[in-house]
Design a protein around this ligand. Structure first.
Ligand SMILES: NC(=O)c1ccc[n+]([C@@H]2O[C@H](COP(=O)([O-])OP(=O)(O)OC[C@H]3O[C@@H](n4cnc5c(N)ncnc54)[C@H](O)[C@@H]3O)[C@@H](O)[C@H]2O)c1
Length: 331
């Protein structure tokens, strides 16, 4: 199959964020091709392009896919992304996220594909020395997941210097929401993200929602996070791709809403949006949760012309809830 010049290879495109990026790519005239080993992703979320079932660490198979589709660029979402699991099984995280990324970079180099948009994370900052966090903040990851992404960023920079790779590493804060048409959405198993867990409680499939720590140095004592809608993340990916295709330089950019919400505020918003009440249990802090992670994303706005459109926390929860009701009725 020869490329039409608009083919973008999307690793991890069967996952939550990657599938939304595929929809956005198709909507903006690109042809996504998904490479995914389906370890946490699902075939049903691949609706906008071919699915090639492949582990990115399988260099030989990956190379054949590059030769078959001849992509102009790559979006790299494939990773293991559970912080707690990464502490228990660091080997799995370094193997998948670091060696997997290196295998991909080598394949890109071999096939002269020079443009890459990468899913990085605010976890590369660890416990930040200032909030809001901008890209000049010290990166000091506090778990193997964050470290694996930090190493991947450094590898990209080095491949850039040596081999001419150009990349945009997007450091997302907390992805949230779902496709406004409810065609795809978040369905992780196990689920660890706050909003889908709260929606389980609202739907009655979970007895209660636990709040870890109420004695943080924040106005209501609970942790504060910056939630960014998954379609706004997808939008930033397409803008980053265009930036690279127009010969733009490599960038590290935060993606957040420049605004934080406490756990209690998110729970209150979910009760408001769903019109449902549910039990909330306050328990002790978990180790390794910084009190506040809030982004300063003005660099992404300036560099890419990115403007988040679904920032309102109620909209993020509404979109997630619509998807949640649709998906869990059938599963
Ligand atoms: N969800 C968030 O809040 C968040 C925040 C910051 C960064 N990120 C990053 O965004 C990316 C996507 O996250 P997500 O929430 O959509 O996760 P996800 O688990 O839904 O998607 C990851 C996808 O990658 C695939 N995959 C994993 N390892 C692979 C491998 N070796 N080869 C091929 N495919 C593989 C999985 O099957 C899955 O489809 C990840 O890189 C994650 O680290 C996510």
């Amino acid at each position: 199959m020869s490329s039409n010049g608009n083919t973008v290879l999307v690793t991890g495109g069967a996952g939550y964020i990657g599938s939304h990026a595929c929809k956005m790519l198709a909507d903006t005239g690109y042809t996504p091709v998904v490479v995914d080993n389906l370890s946490t992703g699902s075939p049903w979320s691949v609706q906008w392009g071919e699915l090639e079932e492949c582990d990115i660490r399988d260099g030989e198979k990956l190379n054949q896919i590059f030769e078959r589709y001849r992509p102009v660029a790559v979006m790299h979402f494939a990773a293991k992304a559970y912080v707690g699991e990464s502490v228990e099984k660091p080997d799995i995280y370094y193997n998948n996220n670091v060696i997997g990324t290196m295998s991909l970079l080598d394949c890109m180099h071999q096939n002269s594909v020079q443009q890459l948009v990468f899913s990085s994370t605010c976890a590369t900052y660890g416990t930040p020395d200032q909030v809001p966090i901008d890209e000049t903040c010290l990166q000091a990851p506090i778990n193997p997941y964050g470290m694996s992404k930090f190493i991947a960023e450094r590898m990209m920079a080095d491949y850039g210097l040596a081999y001419g790779l150009r990349f945009v590493a997007l450091r997302y804060f907390n992805a949230a929401g779902g496709d406004p048409d409810a065609e795809i959405g978040e369905a992780h198993d196990p689920e660890t993200h706050l909003i889908p867990l709260i929606l389980d409680a609202a739907a009655g499939t979970r007895d209660q929602i636990q709040v870890y720590g109420t004695d943080y140095d924040t106005p209501d004592g609970t942790c504060i996070r910056d939630y960014i809608h998954v379609t706004d993340i997808a939008d930033a990916h397409v803008l980053a791709l265009k930036h690279l295709l127009e010969d733009g330089d490599s960038q590290f950019l935060n993606l957040g809403n420049n605004q934080g919400f406490s756990v209690h505020e998110v729970i209150a918003a979910a009760k408001r949006v769903t019109g449902r009440d549910f039990d909330v249990k306050e328990v002790a802090r978990r180790p390794g949760d910084p009190a506040q992670l809030v982004s300063n994303s003005t660099l992404a706005e300036k560099t890419l012309g990115w403007i988040p459109k679904r920032s309102d926390i109620d909209i993020q929860i509404e979109d997630a809830w619509r998807w949640h009701m649709k998906y869990y009725q059938h599963n």
